[in-house]
Ligand binder design. Structure first.
Ligand SMILES: Nc1ncnc2c1ncn2[C@@H]1O[C@H](COP(=O)(O)OP(=O)(O)OP(=O)(O)O)[C@@H](O)[C@H]1O
Length: 313
C-alpha cells in the first residue's frame, strides 16, 4: 500500500532540505522525485529494500554524484554550488563499504583521513577511544575483524567534529554488544546537537532509536514520520496477550468475543485478542473489569517490520 506524501513545508530548522531530487541511470530511476526535510539535531532513519535508492540519495546529499533533476540543500547551501565546500567540512560520512588500507595501522588510517579532511591530528586518539579501538590502535588494519573495520570507519566519520553525520548501514558486521555501544555513541552525539541520517536493514534495531524515518521503495519515499505515526497511518491491528487460569478461559473468551475485536484465539497459556487501534481502550477497559482473572497482560504494537512491509510491498 504505497501512500503519497505531501511535499514538506520548508522550515528554518531544516538542516537537510530536498526538493524533487531525482537520479536516473539510463532507464533506471534510482531516486525519483524525493522531497524531504531533516531538522537540526534529528536522528533520521532511511529504510528500504536492496536497490530502493538509499545509497544513491545519500551520495546526492553529499554532493558525490549530481542530481539528474531537483535541488538538495545542506545547511542552506545547494550541494552543487560553490558554497558547499564550506558546508562539507561540517559533514561526516560513513559509506556502506569503507575503503581501508590494510598495511596501515588503525591510528595511521585515522591520521591519513584527518589529513584528507583537514581535521586536527590530535582528534585521532580520542576518536579511536570513542569507538572502542584504543587497544587495537597500533595493529595493522589487515588484522582487524569486520566489526573492527566498521568501527574504524565510524571513527573516521567523526573526525573534524561533524555537525551532520551520514551513516550508511553503520552497524553492518557489528555484534549485538557493539551495536548497543554504537547507539550509545549516537545518543551522545545527539545530545551534542549533531544531526544524523542513517540507513539500516535491521528494523528492530532502529525502531526505538530514530526520531523519524522514511520508507523508500523504487526510488520514492513511500512514507515519512515517527514509527508511531507510520503505525497509525497504516492502521495495522494490535494484539493483546492475556494470561488466564485455564478454568477462566471460556468465560473471558465470551466477554472478549462481545467486543469490537477482529480475532480471539485460545493459545497454550493465554488468549490472544486482535483489535483495531480505535478499539484499544475499549478492550483495555473490558480486561480491567475482569480484575484478578487476568494474571498477566502484554500489548503487542505492530513492529516497524510490519509497518515496513505494509508500505513497501
Ligand atoms: N552507478 C550506477 N550505475 C547504474 N545503476 C546504478 C548505479 N548505482 C545504483 N544503481 C541502481 O540504482 C538503484 C538504487 O541503488 P542504490 O544502491 O541506491 O540502492 P540501496 O537502496 O542503497 O540498496 P542496498 O540496500 O542494496 O544498498 C538500483 O537499481 C541500482 O542498480
Amino acid at each position: 500500500m504505497a501512500g503519497t506524501i505531501p511535499a514538506p513545508a520548508e522550515s528554518a530548522a531544516s538542516v537537510i532540505a530536498i526538493r524533487g531530487a531525482t537520479r536516473h541511470y539510463g532507464t533506471v530511476r534510482a531516486v525519483d522525485g524525493v522531497d524531504l526535510d531533516v531538522a537540526r539535531g534529528e536522528v533520521f532513519g532511511l529504510i528500504g529494500h536492496n536497490g530502493a535508492g538509499k545509497s544513491t540519495l545519500f551520495k546526492m546529499m553529499l554532493g558525490l554524484i549530481p542530481v539528474t533533476a531537483g535541488d538538495i540543500r545542506i545547511d542552506g547551501a545547494p550541494v552543487a554550488g560553490s558554497g558547499f565546500r564550506a558546508v562539507r567540512r561540517k559533514i561526516g560520512y560513513l559509506p556502506e563499504n569503507v575503503v581501508l588500507y590494510d598495511n596501515l595501522t588503525g591510528l595511521e588510517t585515522l591520521q591519513f583521513f584527518a589529513r584528507l579532511k583537514g581535521a586536527p591530528a590530535q582528534e585521532c586518539i580520542p576518536a579511536m577511544e570513542r569507538v572502542g579501538l584504543t587497544q587495537a590502535a597500533k595493529r595493522r588494519v589487515r588484522e582487524y575483524s569486520k566489526g573492527m573495520r566498521q568501527r574504524l570507519g565510524f571513527a573516521q566519520a567523526l573526525l573534524g567534529k561533524p555537525q551532520i553525520l551520514f551513516l550508511d548501514e553503520p552497524t553492518t558486521g557489528l555484534d549485538p554488544e557493539a551495536i548497543r555501544e554504537f547507539y550509545v555513541i549516537l545518543r551522545g552525539l545527539k545530545a551534542e546537537g549533531v544531526t544524523m541520517i542513517l540507513t539500516s536493514h535491521i528494523l528492530a534495531e532502529i525502531q526505538e532509536r530514530v526520531d523519524r524515518l522514511a520508507i523508500m521503495a523504487a526510488g520514492k519515499l513511500q512514507a515519512v514520520g515517527t514509527v508511531q505515526a507510520l503505525r497509525e497511518q497504516m492502521d495495522l491491528p494490535l494484539w493483546f496477550h492475556v494470561r488466564l487460569a485455564p478454568e477462566d478461559f471460556e468465560q473471558v473468551r465470551t466477554v472478549l468475543g462481545n467486543l469490537p475485536v477482529t480475532a480471539v484465539e485460545a493459545r497454550e497459556d493465554h488468549v490472544a485478542v486482535q483489535c483495531r487501534r480505535e478499539s484499544k481502550m475499549l478492550v483495555m477497559q473490558a480486561l480491567a473489569s475482569l480484575g484478578a482473572k487476568v494474571l498477566d497482560l502484554h500489548v503487542h504494537e505492530p513492529s516497524l517490520e510490519d509497518v515496513f512491509f505494509g508500505f513497501s510491498d
